[in-house]
Design a protein around this ligand. Structure first.
Ligand SMILES: [Zn+2]
Length: 148
């Protein structure tokens, strides 16, 4: 999925979980969610974050270990040590994995222990992705208007 779809989806997820978890610092919570959702594509040299860390994209295959639940947990734990927040970054990261699982390429959640991919029907950058993006934006506007 495109960067903007990941950001929109994670923002939506973050807003929903702010209502559930009631974090003391909501701004930091959302920032960590957004950062968590941007990070997995560090393994993709053409992505926004991958361009800045080309060595990672060179060393690790795209949608491999950085698109697994294991890396989500490891990096989230690292963030917990620095910020005291675990769930925010993890939520963002998992939202990225779930969104990618909706695409035809799919992702292997349990890589490297299993190569079995969960796939969806959305082609990255297609009209369908744009419609999904629009649905995320409508969801965000709805929550910002009615439930915060
Ligand atoms: Zn991805």
């Amino acid at each position: 999925m495109l960067f903007r779809s990941h950001i929109a989806f994670s923002f939506l997820v973050g807003l929903i979980f702010i209502n559930i978890l009631n974090p003391s610092n909501q701004i930091l919570f959302i920032i960590l969610v957004l950062f968590g959702s941007a990070l997995p594509d560090i393994d993709q040299p053409k992505s926004k974050i991958g361009k800045k860390f080309k060595i990672i994209a060179f060393l690790f295959k795209h949608r491999g270990i950085f698109h697994s639940v294991f890396m989500a947990l490891i990096i989230s734990f690292g963030f917990y040590l620095f910020t005291g927040y675990f769930s925010a970054f993890l939520l963002g990261y998992l939202s990225h994995l779930i969104a990618d699982a909706l695409t035809v390429t799919g992702i292997a959640f349990l890589y490297p222990f299993s190569n079995k991919r969960v796939r969806g029907f959305i082609k990255t950058g297609s009209i369908m992705e744009n419609l999904v993006f629009l649905a995320f934006i409508i969801g965000i506007i709805y929550i910002l208007t009615y439930s915060l």
